[in-house]
Write a protein of this length. Structure first.
Length: 133
């Protein structure tokens, strides 16, 4: 490897030390790819049936950037967002799991069950009051 690239990598390493927690793993992977020619391979499982294979530094950095932007919703976007699926090259149609309900549907179902339980308890209390001993 020629000297300018080695000096460039060393200069980048000095800059990367400023924010170690955020850059430590990424820098090591990029450094290993430049010096040794080994690109990082990462596999991300985002639902029961699918996983995302990330080959190379660009894919890993892109995934990390999307994770920072989307925060906790990255798995949901990988499953349902066609734009992100196309960006990462995920094939196939989007399969929405019908068993899992949205939070609003769950809240509606829970409130309906509470109302039914309350009505049932009121009816039982009236029946107990009407009993003759």
């Amino acid at each position: 490897m020629d000297r300018p690239k080695i000096h460039l990598v060393k200069d980048i390493s000095l800059v990367a030390r400023r924010d170690r927690k955020a850059q430590k793993l990424s820098f090591r992977q990029i450094n290993d790819a430049i010096l040794n020619g080994r690109a990082p391979k990462t596999r991300v499982r985002f639902n029961k049936h699918e996983s995302l294979e990330l080959d190379g530094c660009y894919g890993k950095l892109s995934y990390d950037t999307f994770c920072q932007l989307l925060k906790n919703d990255m798995n949901k976007h990988l499953s349902q967002n066609q734009v992100i699926r196309d960006y990462f090259g995920l094939e196939g149609a989007i399969q929405v799991d019908t068993e899992k309900e949205s939070k609003s549907a769950k809240l509606e179902r829970m409130s309906r069950l509470v109302a039914e339980s309350k009505a049932r308890n009121i009816h039982r209390a009236r029946q107990r009051d009407n009993k003759t001993y």
